[in-house]
Design a protein around this ligand. Structure first.
Ligand code: FPP
Ligand code: MG
Length: 323
């Protein structure tokens, strides 16, 4: 059994039911929307977020309807954000296949993202899941703030490590935190427990995004083009670290290249080599592992059962994954 297969074992049945419900939750009477959502379901990702929702609930007992709804809501919002993100980043590949904007153009991709978001919100309202709705809409608000902060910093090229952490906390960790706290909340847990799972999800989410940013430096074939962040002038932890440790002269020269020539493949290669030469990759890996350890330590006081073992394995998978 693959690593993910082992992790999914305690929630395998639930994930199967979830997939069917998630597919149904996107249904539309507009043929174009149905074609696009069919495409989205076919190219489904690893479903890390629904796994977090189910595992954080299953630790406490059998899965209830509320947890299925929370998982669908999270995945709908996440999918909506990726459809929009590929428009924002002008990226034509997602999960190894064409993005929605590559196939149907920006105009349609923006509206599809809106549709998915509205379906998520409706799902929660129709089933009166107001607690879940509150958790997830707060995360969506943070997601958009994180994206805008990132764009602002890419324009000014003045991002610091601290601001980078703010960006990834908002744009990625907030939804992971929402997945884990919604999981605990859907299992009827206390305020304190829900807060613990929020913190757990946030730390796991920070590790997740640092790993994602490391992929841009091109180690693995992850189904996304590499060097895109640099092309977009998005400075992530490895490069920020290198720029903090090089000479002022070198910093000026690299920032100049990033500002004026980030479109050039040669320049991107040069920036990647510069980042590596200052230990930027090793440093980012180290920080990522600190967040992973922090996440796992937050689970210590909770029941140790099969779901808990999987949850810990899932956090390890987040940092060890190759795609
Ligand atoms: C991926 O980041 C993108 C996000 C984590 C968030 C994107 C959010 C928005 C565009 C706001 C709109 C939100 C909704 C709910 C409609 P990335 O570009 O670093 O990662 P990638 O390599 O996967 O593209
Ligand atoms: Mg992107």
């Amino acid at each position: 059994m693959s690593e993910l297969g082992t992790i999914k074992k305690p929630i395998a049945e639930e994930l199967e039911i979830f997939e069917k419900r998630f597919k149904d939750s996107m249904k539309s009477s507009v043929p174009l929307l149905d074609r696009i959502t069919y495409y989205i379901v076919q190219r489904k990702g690893k479903q890390v977020r629904p796994m977090f929702v189910f595992l954080c609930a299953k630790i406490f007992g059998p899965i209830k309807n509320e947890t299925y709804l929370a998982a669908s809501l999270i995945e709908l919002c996440h999918t909506a954000s990726l459809v929009h993100d590929d428009v924002v980043d002008d990226s034509h590949l997602r999960r190894g296949v064409f993005s929605i904007n590559a196939l149907w153009k920006n105009k349609i991709a923006v509206i599809v993202g809106d549709y998915l978001l509205s379906k998520g919100l409706l799902l929660a309202v129709e089933h009166e899941q107001y607690q879940t709705l509150k958790i997830i809409s707060t995360a969506v608000k943070e997601l958009t703030e994180g994206e805008l902060l990132q764009i602002e910093k890419a324009r000014k090229l003045d991002i610091t490590e601290e601001v980078y952490f703010d960006v990834i906390r908002q744009k990625t960790a907030s939804l992971m935190a929402a997945a884990c706290s919604a999981g605990a909340s859907s299992a009827g847990r206390s305020k304190e427990e829900i807060a613990d799972f929020k913190k757990f999800g946030e730390s796991a989410g920070m590790a997740f995004q640092i790993k994602d940013d490391l992929f841009d430096y091109g180690f693995n074939n992850v189904g996304k083009p590499t060097g895109i962040d640099i092309k977009e002038k998005k400075m992530t932890l490895p490069l920020i670290h290198a720029l903090t440790n090089c000479s002022p002269k070198e910093k000026k020269s690299i920032l100049n290249k990033l500002k004026r020539k980030s479109e050039s493949k040669q320049v991107r290669k040069e920036i990647i080599a510069f980042t590596k030469s200052y230990g930027g990759i090793d440093y980012a890996e180290q920080v990522m592992n600190q967040f992973k350890d922090q996440a796992i330590s937050l689970l210590e006081k909770y029941p140790s059962n099969e779901a808990m073992t999987s949850l810990k394995l899932l956090v390890n998978f987040v940092v060890a994954r190759n795609s």
